[in-house]
Design a protein around this ligand. Structure first.
Ligand code: 13P
Ligand code: SF4
Length: 336
């Protein structure tokens, strides 16, 4: 297999409109490298009835030029449940592909690089959750979607950073309790507890990208950039969130920029987010901290093309585990 990857006139014609979307963040000299891959991916996608679900942390040539649906983990999960396409290519990390497979068991779900993991998902196993339940009987288990299917299968409800507050409040009410077990992100759990009247028992997990930000860094950014608006992801440590003007999921941060058009902003999150949002908001100046997620960055145009050409690697889950894991995800999706 393999397709011709030259920057021909035909490729230029097929991709010029896409370049217009990313011209602010991808230098023209780089476009001839990306364009043939983009043209080939978009052609194959249509031939195979595949859809690409691209997370907000994908690089701009993926996010803006081959992604059919883009968003935070919650939006991508909703789309995975809804799509009519036969094949889902997950331009994101492994737990996201598993979530898609759980929600669309009859579809072929492909991930361009199986090694695209997540420090949170790697921090806990299903056996750990069973032990937590023994230690704290009767308390509901709220599990971040950044976990394996096995962990979800042991949980009462899932959450994402986009709905964590609502989910925790709802499940505490449903169980008639003032305390929930919230795993595996200790920082997300503490940030959510601070926003609700609910106490949380958590786990020693953290995102390797967001845990590196410090409160001092935020103060230094403010000193160097007077008037800057600071938006932080709730996977950041609580003292970092306390220094921010707003904390929310990747989608909530995008919404903030789109609604309020700040003159200058800094997104305290993964690097590529700023490029993706900047491409759509030339009126806003972005100060860019550069913390990369090494797992997200395993997904490239080359790996997406290879994935579509060879139909690898397919994400498969034991059907019994997938069926159990679906219950807490559906319960989460039912919360509006
Ligand atoms: P969102 O749900 O905000 O997209 O976050 C997912 C993620 O992996 C953040 O690090
Ligand atoms: Fe996991 Fe953090 Fe990477 Fe998101 S950014 S996939 S939470 S390691």
């Amino acid at each position: 297999m393999g397709v011709e990857l030259a920057y021909t006139d035909a490729v230029a014609r097929a991709t010029d409109g896409l370049y217009a979307k990313v011209a602010g963040v991808i230098p023209a000299i780089e476009w001839p490298v990306h364009a043939p891959l983009i043209a080939a991916i978009n052609r194959l996608k249509h031939e195979k009835n595949a859809v690409i679900l691209a997370h907000n942390y994908m690089t701009p040539e993926i996010f803006h030029c081959v992604g059919d649906f883009t968003g935070d983990s919650l939006a991508l999960a909703r789309e995975a449940a809804r799509t009519d396409a036969k094949i889902i290519v997950q331009a994101g990390v492994h737990f996201m592909a598993e979530t898609s497979k759980i929600l669309s068991p009859g579809k072929t779900v492909l991930i361009p690089d199986m090694r695209a993991g997540c420090s949170l998902a790697a921090s806990i196993t299903g056996a750990d959750v069973r032990l937590l339940r023994q230690k704290y009987p009767g308390l509901p288990v709220v599990t971040y979607v950044n976990t394996s299917a096995d962990v979800k299968a042991q949980s009462d409800i899932c959450c994402t950073s986009g709905n964590a507050v609502k989910v925790v409040e709802q499940i505490a009410k449903d169980f008639g309790t003032d305390t929930v077990i919230m795993i595996p992100d200790k920082y997300l759990a503490r940030n959510v507890a601070a926003q609700t009247g609910v106490k949380v028992i958590t786990w020693e997990g953290a995102c390797e990208v967001h845990e590196r930000f410090t409160a001092q860094q935020i103060r230094d950014y403010r000193t160097a950039n007077p008037g800057i608006v600071v938006l932080a992801h709730p996977e950041c440590p609580p003292d970092v969130v306390a220094e921010a003007d707003f904390a929310g999921s990747t989608a909530a941060m995008i919404g903030y920029v789109g609604d309020r058009h700040p003159e200058r902003v800094i997104l305290i999150t993964e690097c590529s987010m700023s490029d993706n949002v900047a491409a759509e908001h030339p009126e806003t100046q972005f100060v860019r901290p550069c913390n990369l997620c090494p797992h997200m960055k395993r997904i490239t145009l080359e790996s997406i093309l290879h994935c579509l050409e060879t139909m690898t690697t397919e994400v498969l889950i034991d059907p019994a585990i997938a069926a159990r894991a679906r219950i807490p995800i559906d319960r989460m999706l039912a919360i509006k």
